[in-house]
Ligand binder design. Structure first.
Ligand code: GDP
Ligand code: MN
Length: 391
């Protein structure tokens, strides 16, 4: 699950990281009021930032500075409602604008190949890391945190030196690097990224000082770990969530959109992948991965059918159920019910084996469903049906 910058910043703040104070506004008037507070507290400029779950907001015109609260209101008016990569901006973050001396990139990822949290840093801050990786891969420096010992100070210092940070910023950098790893662990995140991590100039009682500050934050949470973190559910933005994802989650269905034309409804993740392989071997392309899970009842089958048919690319449906805890007759009833109510008619091939398969076969036959005895046969029939539909 992706979360907004403001929410990601609150997770960094909870680990004691230096994040500039912010407010979230949903209207130009709210943005103005927030800006007034920052100006009253001594800000010379404020930054207004679109809160959307995509990167590259700066380039798209979603990050702007304002020198007065009136200007802040006008800029918030421009940014709110604008579309960034197809997503409508509904909220902006308002903060006292930092005076940036230099921008760096610092990110923690869960690296599955090394099975560790890997910290990446680059002196090419503010630029999207994928772009840096493509153009100047040598500019990205990495260290892996030990699963037991965590990130050690010397590793963080090595990373700082690699990107040219030293002197008074070194201690801050070590603290921030360790804080990113702590944020990963505390929230079961897949990614915690600060881009830019910036050297900012501030005027203090003893004149100008420079320090490191987390000006942007991006956190992606591990969906499979979310049940362990009910407190993070409040960060879910239903406005930006694909409605199909929301429905799938509601019914406990694992569902992933793909590019093909054969809708697949299967129980069990392994069987679902095998089914997709066989669709390909039969000359077709799966339109989705869909696992209805164990013990699916008729309502879940009907929901799975809706999810599959909502994809206009789908030209045929292949249902492959291996009855164990899942009862074949229950699935058959769900299919019959779903088809009687579905919005469009596409060819469907059903293979049900295992628990109550005979009963399922009788029900499906009576309802004139096309059935198949083997998975190869089912895949071949579904692919042929899709080709027939496309012709
Ligand atoms: P992104 O484009 O979606 O990654 O949004 P960022 O929050 O990273 O902002 C994009 C760019 O805007 C940064 O790289 C900075 O150059 C600039 N920016 C962001 N916050 C501030 C700020 O407080 N002060 C100044 N001067 N520039 C900022
Ligand atoms: Mn950024």
């Amino acid at each position: 699950m992706k979360i907004h910058e403001a929410d990601a910043k609150s997770l960094l703040l909870a680990q004691g990281l230096p994040v500039p104070d912010w407010s979230v506004a949903r209207s130009p008037a709210e943005a103005r009021a927030a800006a007034e507070r920052f100006f009253a507290a001594g800000a010379t400029r404020v930054v207004i930032k679109a809160q959307v779950l995509v990167g590259g907001r700066g380039k798209a015109g979603g990050v702007k500075l304002a020198a007065s609260s009136v200007e802040a209101e006008a800029i918030a008016g421009q940014i709110l409602g604008m579309s960034i990569k197809g997503i409508t901006v509904r909220k902006v973050l308002v903060a006292s604008a930092a005076v940036i001396v230099k921008e760096y990139y610092l990110g923690a990822i869960l690296d599955r190949s090394s099975q560790r949290i890997v910290l990446m840093a680059s002196a090419e801050g503010g630029v999207e890391i994928e772009e840096v990786a493509r153009v100047t891969p040598g500019a990205i420096h990495r260290v892996a945190a030990d699963p037991l010992l965590g990130l050690l100070d010397y590793q963080a210092r090595a990373l700082a030196f690699a990107v040219g940070l030293g002197g008074p910023n070194l201690r801050d950098f070590v603290r921030i690097a360790k804080g990113l790893v702590a944020t990963m662990k505390a929230n079961d995140a897949d990614l915690v990224e600060v881009n830019p991590l910036a050297i900012v100039r501030e005027s203090g009682p003893d004149g100008q000082v420079e320090r490191l500050s987390c000006l942007d934050a991006k956190v992606t949470l591990d969906d499979s770990a979310l049940p362990r973190h009910p407190e993070l559910e409040r960060f879910r933005d239903l406005d930006e969530e694909d409605p199909a994802d929301a429905e799938a989650r509601h019914y406990d269905i694992s569902f992933i959109h793909l590019d093909g034309t054969i809708g697949c409804m299967v129980n069990g993740a392994g069987l679902a992948m095998t089914t997709m392989d066989l669709v390909k071997r039969a000359g077709g392309e799966p339109a989705n991965f869909l696992d209805i899970g164990g013990g699916a009842k008729a309502d879940r089958v009907a929901a799975a059918m809706r999810l599959i048919l909502d994809d206009p690319k789908v030209e045929a449906i292949l249902v492959n159920i291996f009855g164990g805890i899942t009862r074949g007759d229950e699935v058959a009833r769900g299919l019959i019910d779903a088809r009687s109510r579905q919005s469009r008619d596409v060819p469907m091939v059903v293979r049900i084996v295992g628990t109550n398969a005979e009963e399922a076969g009788r029900l499906l036959e009576a309802a004139h469903f096309e059935t198949a005895a083997s998975l190869d046969e089912a895949a071949a029939k579904a692919v042929a049906a899709a080709k027939g539909a496309a012709a």
